[in-house]
Ligand binder design. Structure first.
Ligand code: AHR
Length: 652
């Protein structure tokens, strides 16, 4: 075999003992086979995984600003609400005797025994760690109410400072009756100073008894959609170029108990009739993010839904026995698929059309459960089979994902059927990712199911489930980003096998008490948001991917690499990760590359391993773009210390 051009100098040196010192001194070589693609990059490679954790939806992406709008967060008391003033003039209490509709069992009763224009009385909501007061902004306020005879209004709705001294936006509603009815209005801020130190207040200026339900306030949403999403967070997601969205979990799908699973049928219809449910992450979900909202979210991002269906196992260990007991859950999954994909002539497709979306959604992947390797009953294989067979019979085109991957012992994997893909989860320290990334997926059998890395993230040193992690910042540092980048490079090199992958968890509300898990990719409070170094690493990788894998072999360097190409534009993307504290000079040999443009673009994310971004310092670690000259089929390049680099080469 003829040695490649790049090998020749090394063979020559190796032949001469005298030149041994030069071998040591020469820059290590990263060899790229640019002649022929080693495989095709999966077109669905990078995506998103979300669930209700860390106030990811409520107090996060879902733009509702009122916390406990249905008064069901606590069965004993109207948490997050207070009476105004805090005196005998106003009293509030949950009232199960005045439910607003058949699905919502309780309302909030306000008894304002004394109220006047000078001394109004009412209710105040503290929001999700405050309210975002944004200059020159219109907010949509709404509520259901009924009043005791004799009071018709007005009710004043205002966004005001926590102490009530400053009113940022206000408006009035009149015409209340003794029957439940919806009311809504728009309130607008002027050129105010942005702040989160605000509350929403509903007051009366005459004595009254009023019952409230579904008290809601939305800021402008993404594309102005009703019941929609927070704009800044949507933009950050779209910048990640997600090809799919895995939902609704995660543990959130399973629930602590069967009763508290994600029961999709209860998440449909008007928000005033959604009771919400207790989530597994210590707080109650409004279910404002219901099944339809997840699908609309996919549509907004131009991402495919990867729908996880409840498969009969919940977190505290309850399982449904395969066979007749499981049949209703299988039917529920079939109904859910029909809601997503059925025409308006089908029962559940018609329901979707009534909910406002006559066109079916495209669906390719169904995930059966979540992390069923935790199920000690040993029933997953049989449960998977029952779901798999029913789904394939009715929807032969759908691909079924098992939640037990090859990182789990063989005895607990699915054996009775061959899953179309298996979901593997990796939460590892940055050091572990750096160690395993160079070879982990290289050893996988290409003849088996496709791999979906449905959750992965590097932590610095302390595991997310270790109580000590509570003392750490909610988002990862540069140290984790280096581990994440090495892991992504490993997955990219194997993106013929890995059909999809997604970091988890995606979002965190950074207020103390708002989150249960760290590290998370994107942080926010009610007003501001920021990406972690890992977020920027992910954007750098997902925005520069192409469709062909090029084989890359680093030799004698701690630098890890992945290389891919866009077959249409011929652009080559070289990803380099230097986890160490010294700059690493390397020679990059592009075997078989022709017509390379002499200049390239380098995107560099480099920082001290402890450096991180935060709500107050959101852009401390961000990628920097520069021009690299002297690009040839063999060119020297120095990878800075603690750096993640994407070199974008134009080729002929
Ligand atoms: O991402 C956080 C949790 O980790 C997910 O809910 C679960 O699937 C995994 O154990």
């Amino acid at each position: 075999m003829k040695p490649s051009r790049s090998l020749l100098p090394r063979l020559f040196f190796a032949a001469s003992g005298l030149l041994a010192a030069h071998i040591a001194a020469a820059d290590p070589v990263i060899t790229v086979d640019a002649g022929m693609a080693a495989g095709k990059v999966s077109p669905t490679f990078y995506g998103l995984m979300t669930e209700e954790i860390n106030h990811c939806y409520d107090g996060g992406l879902y733009a509702e600003l009122v916390q406990n709008r249905m008064f069901m967060d606590d069965p004993a008391t109207p948490v997050h609400w207070s009476a105004l003033p805090a005196s005998a003039a106003a009293a509030i209490a949950l009232d199960p005797k005045q439910p607003p509709n058949s699905r919502i069992p309780v309302s909030l009763r306000l008894d304002a025994s004394s109220a006047s224009a000078a001394a109004p009385a009412g209710i105040a909501n503290e929001g999700y760690w405050g309210f975002p007061v944004i200059p020159a902004t219109r907010y949509h306020a709404s509520f259901y109410a009924k009043a005791a005879p004799g009071f018709t209004g007005p009710v004043t709705v205002s966004l005001q400072s926590e102490d009530g001294a400053t009113v940022y936006a206000t408006g009035q509603i009149s015409g209340l009756t003794t029957a439940w009815a919806p009311y809504d209005l728009t309130i607008a801020t002027a050129q105010v100073q942005p702040t989160t130190k605000a509350r929403l207040v509903l007051t009366v200026s005459a004595p009254a008894t009023i019952w409230f339900s579904c008290v809601s306030l939305f800021p402008p949403t993404w594309k102005d959609q009703p019941n929609g999403f927070r704009k800044d967070l949507m933009q950050m997601l779209i910048d990640m170029h997600p090809q799919f969205l895995r939902f609704p979990g995660g543990n959130y799908l399973e629930g602590d108990t069967i009763e508290t699973r994600f029961d999709w049928k209860k998440t449909l219809g008007p928000i005033s009739q959604r009771p919400g449910h207790q989530g597994p992450w210590s707080y109650r979900s409004t279910d404002g993010m219901g099944l339809l909202e997840f699908l609309l979210w996919c549509e907004d991002m131009n991402a495919r839904p990867v729908l996880a269906v409840y498969a009969g196992y919940s977190l505290r260990g309850a399982h449904v026995t395969p066979g007749p007991d499981l049949d209703p859950y299988v039917q529920d999954a079939l109904d859910e698929i029909e809601y997503v994909t059925g025409s308006a002539a089908t029962k559940w497709g018609a329901e979707r059309a009534r909910d406002g979306h006559p066109a079916p959604f495209n669906l390719q992947y169904i995930e059966i459960g979540n992390e069923d390797f935790f199920d000690k009953s040993g029933t997953y294989d049989a449960r998977f089979k029952q779901f798999h067979d029913a789904i394939k019979e009715r929807y032969p085109q759908l691909l079924c994902i098992s939640t037990v991957g090859f990182e789990q012992p063989a005895r607990i994997r699915v054996h009775t059927r061959t899953p179309d893909a298996v979901d593997e989860h990796y939460y590892r320290s940055a050091a572990e990712f750096l160690k395993m990334a160079p070879s982990h997926y290289e050893h996988y059998n290409r003849g088996g199911p496709a791999i979906f890395v449905g959750e992965w993230a590097a932590f610095e040193d302390i595991k997310p489930w270790d109580p000590r992690s509570k003392g750490l910042p909610p988002t990862p540092s540069m140290k984790s980003a280096l581990g994440d980048a090495a892991w992504m490079a490993g997955m990219e090199r194997n993106s013929d096998l890995i059909v999809m992958n997604c970091y988890a968890p995606l979002f965190v509300n950074v207020n103390p008490g708002a989150y249960q898990w760290r590290p998370d990719l994107v942080g926010y409070d009610a007003l501001r948001s920021f990406g972690s170094p890992s977020y920027y690493a992910l954007c750098m990788f997902s925005q520069n991917l192409g469709d062909e894998i090029l084989k890359v072999t680093p030799a004698g360097t701690p630098v890890q690499a992945a290389v891919s190409r866009d077959s249409r534009t011929r652009e080559i993307f070289i990803k380099l990760i230097n986890p160490g504290g010294t700059d690493e000079p390397v020679t990059i040999d592009l075997d078989g590359a022709s017509f390379l443009a002499p200049t390239a673009t380098a995107l560099t994310l480099a920082a001290d391993p402890d450096a991180t971004n935060s709500i107050d310092d959101p852009k401390k670690v961000i990628p920097v773009s520069s021009t690299v000259t002297g690009i040839r089929p063999s060119f020297p390049y120095t990878v800075p210390a603690h750096a993640i680099v994407v070199l974008k080469l134009k080729a002929g």
